[in-house]
Design a protein. Structure first.
Length: 402
């Protein structure tokens, strides 16, 4: 079974919820040979048993239903304060369906209409909807100008889906949309700025250059770290946590204890956190999920000698969006292995299939996921497991560096 999540933001770019995309197994376009209602039932049961918070944290889960499965009692397995019932766009409206939606609304569930392209005033489910989702690829903003005021006047929450650029986000926000879904948040907004690293960013870049030198020096690294009291404190705290009862007496000893590769990952995470302070928290989470996910996929595919490189590739894969600059510009000042540069800048090389698989998985492009999984020789059931574990790990890291 594959399950991925896509963030849904409010106007402040805080995560409101996650839409869950799912597929049971391969050899099928949508639901692994099972009816959509059966697939949804398996997903809800799995989420209930494994813990919804492991996938969507404390946010809403947007889950797709059709006109058949909405009548199942499995709907009530997830509490109404955790789930948005999302009705698919191709549902067949009937008196029984309307009655069921009225029933679950009375129980506290909110209802969203997915990919809404109907006539707003006459569609029979509009009065029952709390959230109306407009796919901007299917219904561009200019084509729904008349519907927007009507929806807002009736207290509907308008959600813009497939928002691909910052300009689309700003236009939809101006028109009255308050929820937004799409990959606009993970793309660079390049407005003619020249990239200039801040002093703190330069410090991280210097550290990474030394780490990747032909003969890195613990003395030089310790000297650079000691110039920053916060960095010194964080390193000693990390080393002490790893050492347990063993005493950590110096920066140099802390570096020796942690090891260069682990220190590089740690310093890279701190750098990402430092440079993303004016960006949505979800962006750094995506970076952290990818670093863990990529490391696991490299291990699964037998690329054990490249696990560390894969982890750094995943971590830096959104650095262009964080710094609002092309990837080749932001990576120019960072000493990185060639395999990482080839994947992130040229979209080729031994690590690129791992990056492509991660992006396809996030988008729910399941056929491509399966194709790349075969190339990498990774079993389907490992992918969702590693994705879920990467989310859990990223949440712990965010808490520790906040």
């Amino acid at each position: 079974m594959f399950i991925a999540r896509q963030p849904i933001f409010n106007a402040q770019l805080e995560v409101y919820g996650y839409e869950l995309l799912f597929r049971l197994h391969n050899h099928s376009t949508h639901f692994g040979g099972m009816s959509s209602q059966g697939a949804t039932a398996m997903v809800i049961t799995g989420l209930f048993e494994s813990g919804l918070e492991n996938l969507v944290e404390d946010k809403f889960a947007f889950i797709n239903f059709d006109e058949i499965f909405i009548h199942s009692e499995a709907v009530e397995l997830i509490e109404p304060d955790r789930m948005i019932v999302e009705m698919l766009e191709n549902i067949e409206v009937s008196c029984n369906l309307v009655a069921r939606l009225e029933d679950i609304k009375e129980k506290g569930y909110s209802i969203a209409l997915d990919d809404f392209a109907q006539t707003y005033q006459t569609y029979p489910l509009t009065p029952l909807a709390d959230i109306i989702k407009y796919d901007l690829m299917v219904t561009p903003l200019d084509t729904i100008i008349d519907d927007i005021p009507a929806g807002l006047a009736q207290g509907k929450t308008l959600l813009a889906e497939k928002v691909e650029t910052r300009d689309e986000f700003l236009k939809a926000k101006e028109l009255g949309f308050t929820l937004f879904q799409g990959y606009f948040f993970s793309k660079p907004h390049i407005a003619g700025r020249t990239f200039r690293a801040t002093p703190s960013q330069l410090q991280y870049l210097q550290l990474m250059t030394e780490i990747n030198a032909e003969e890195p020096s613990f003395d030089r690294l310790a000297e650079m770290i000691e110039q920053d009291v916060t960095l010194t404190y964080r390193l000693l705290r990390l080393a002490s946590f790893r050492a347990g009862s063993e005493s950590i007496g110096s920066i140099k000893f802390a570096l020796s204890y942690i090891g260069l590769r682990e220190f590089e990952r740690w310093i890279s995470i701190l750098m990402i956190h430092e440079v993303s302070k004016d960006k949505p928290t979800e962006l750094i989470k995506l970076s952290l999920i990818r670093t863990r996910f990529a490391e696991s996929l490299a291990k699964r595919s037998g690329l054990h000698e490249l696990e560390h490189d894969a982890a750094l590739m995943g971590l830096f894969s959104v650095l262009d969006a964080i710094l609002d600059q092309p990837m080749d510009v932001v990576l120019a000042g960072i000493a990185l292995p060639q395999a990482i540069l080839e994947a992130l800048i040229n979209q080729q090389g031994i690590l690129f299939p791992i990056l492509a698989l991660m992006v396809a998985y996030e988008k729910g492009e399941w056929s491509l996921v399966e194709e790349l999984a075969q190339v990498l020789k990774i079993a389907d059931y490992h992918i969702y497991h590693d994705y879920r574990e990467a989310i859990k790990w990223s949440n712990r890291v965010v808490c520790n560096i906040a």
